[in-house]
Write a protein that binds this ligand. Structure first.
Ligand SMILES: [Zn+2]
Length: 325
């Protein structure tokens, strides 16, 4: 109940009741309510903004956030290690593997390209921890991209290695007859005295002395293109196409062990030494062709000879003696 107020009326010499105006009473009520709302609101805001009062749920959430931050740091450390390993692989890729197989190195910019310009992390913006999340995500994206490029590069290297292996198997790289003590070679490639004309003439192959019937071996993988007596001077001879521009020729044979069109492997028995065609004594005349030119076969024996043996063979091959043709 509100207090009843009185005043003294000198005219009537009595106390009279003060009747409060209705509008004033409503205004008082309104002011009171407004003031209490304002204070209540201020008090609440103050409470929420201080760390003095935290609910158990808030405390648990805070601990969780701290844990996330720690885990992000650990993840970043791990990524740093991955980056180092990856950089090491990339270096080896560029400076050893790609170099060895004559592929161009992949430039650094290309390995890490595609992360400038457009902001691809817009959806991660606007949070307290946006920075750490965006940085970590970007870092991981770059690593991912590097891995894809590295993997593609290794695919390419694997292909090149396979090709190289085929090439190495195809190159006519062994001597076509057994020649353990290197006594078989009679004449090398170059200017030699012609056994029939006794004049100086270029000798386009290597002569190996051997008794009739000595086995002759394919000097590299390939396909027999000819095994016939239809080429002037060579007598019964075999030609093998090794691909990659290489061809080998074996002349003055007594017998064939292959037929045209047959595929052969390095070391396969293809025929036997004889004295057919333009030949002075039983021997094998051996030629190596590269892109249509006859080249010195001696440069291909390195794989099957020790350095000393190669040296001795080279010395002998360079002697200007008479060829057996
Ligand atoms: Zn010859």
């Amino acid at each position: 109940m509100s207090k009843v107020k009185y005043y003294y009326d000198p005219d009537t010499l009595s106390y009279r009741k003060i009747e409060p105006k209705k509008s004033k009473r409503y205004r008082n009520i309104f002011l009171f309510l407004a003031a209490s709302t304002l204070f209540g609101f201020l008090g609440l805001t103050l409470l929420l903004n201080t760390n003095l009062v935290n609910t158990p749920k808030e405390l648990s959430l805070e601990r969780e956030v701290q844990n996330y931050e720690l885990q992000y740091e650990i993840l970043n450390k791990k990524m740093e290690q991955m980056e180092q390993v990856l950089t090491n692989i990339e270096d080896r890729d560029n400076n050893i593997y790609r170099l060895y197989f004559e592929a161009n190195p992949i430039p650094e910019e290309q390995r890490k390209a595609g992360f400038g310009g457009v902001n691809r992390y817009k959806s991660l913006e606007g949070f307290n921890n946006s920075e750490i999340i965006i940085n970590t995500t970007r870092r991981l994206d770059i690593i991912q991209k590097q891995m894809v490029i590295q993997s593609k590069s290794l695919d390419e290297i694997a292909l090149l290695a396979e090709e190289k292996e085929k090439l190495l198997a195809a190159i006519p790289a062994i001597q076509p007859v057994r020649n353990e003590d290197l006594t078989r070679m009679a004449s090398g490639f170059g200017w030699r005295t012609d056994p029939f004309l006794k004049t100086r003439k270029k000798h386009w192959g290597m002569d190996f002395t051997a008794p009739r019937g000595t086995p002759i071996f394919a000097s590299g993988d390939g396909k027999v293109t000819r095994a016939d007596n239809n080429s002037s001077g060579y007598g019964k001879h075999i030609r093998i196409n090794h691909g990659h521009g290489y061809l080998s020729l074996y002349a003055h044979l007594s017998k064939y062990n292959v037929t045209p069109g047959q595929k052969v492997k390095r070391g396969d028995l293809i025929g036997f030494v004889g004295n057919t065609g333009r030949s002075e004594a039983p021997h094998l005349h051996y030629e190596v062709w590269k892109d249509g030119e006859r080249i010195n076969p001696i440069n291909f024996y390195y794989g099957s000879l020790s350095p000393e043996e190669f040296e001795s063979m080279l010395k002998f091959a360079n002697q200007e003696n008479q060829s057996l043709d």
